[in-house]
Design a protein around this ligand. Structure first.
Ligand SMILES: [Cu+2]
Length: 108
C-alpha cells in the first residue's frame, strides 16, 4: 500500500499582518496641499462625508468660495476637516494664494 504523504510546509507563524500602513499614501476623502495645489483638485464624495485637508508645505488655508467653510491658516503638517451635509458643488481656494483652487462635489 502506498501512502501519499503531502507535506505542507506551514509558513504561517501565527503573526497576522495588518494593513494599517497609510503613512505616505493618500487616505480616502483627503486632499493634500502641496506644490501650491490641492490634490486631488476635484473630489466627489457622498453626503455626510468628512473631508480632510492636510498641508504638506508652507502656510495655506482652505476657504469656501461660497462661505460654507473657512479653515485657519494651516502650517506644514496641520489639517482641517469639514463635513458636507448637503449635496452640491463646493468650490474653494487658498485665501493666501487665490490661484490655488479646488472643488468638492457632494452627491446623495
Ligand atoms: Cu496657499
Amino acid at each position: 500500500m502506498g501512502v501519499l504523504l503531502l507535506v505542507g510546509i506551514v509558513a504561517i507563524s501565527g503573526c497576522t499582518q495588518n494593513q494599517e500602513n497609510t503613512t505616505g499614501f493618500t487616505a480616502p476623502n483627503t486632499v493634500t496641499i502641496e506644490n501650491f495645489a490641492f490634490n486631488p483638485q476635484e473630489m466627489t464624495v457622498k453626503v455626510g462625508t468628512t473631508v480632510t485637508w492636510i498641508n504638506r508645505e508652507i502656510d495655506h488655508d482652505v476657504v469656501s468660495d461660497t462661505g460654507v467653510f473657512t479653515s485657519p491658516v494651516l502650517a506644514n503638517g496641520e489639517n482641517f476637516t469639514h463635513t458636507f451635509t448637503e449635496a452640491g458643488e463646493y468650490p474653494y481656494h487658498c485665501g493666501l494664494h487665490p490661484s490655488m483652487t479646488g472643488k468638492i462635489i457632494v452627491e446623495n
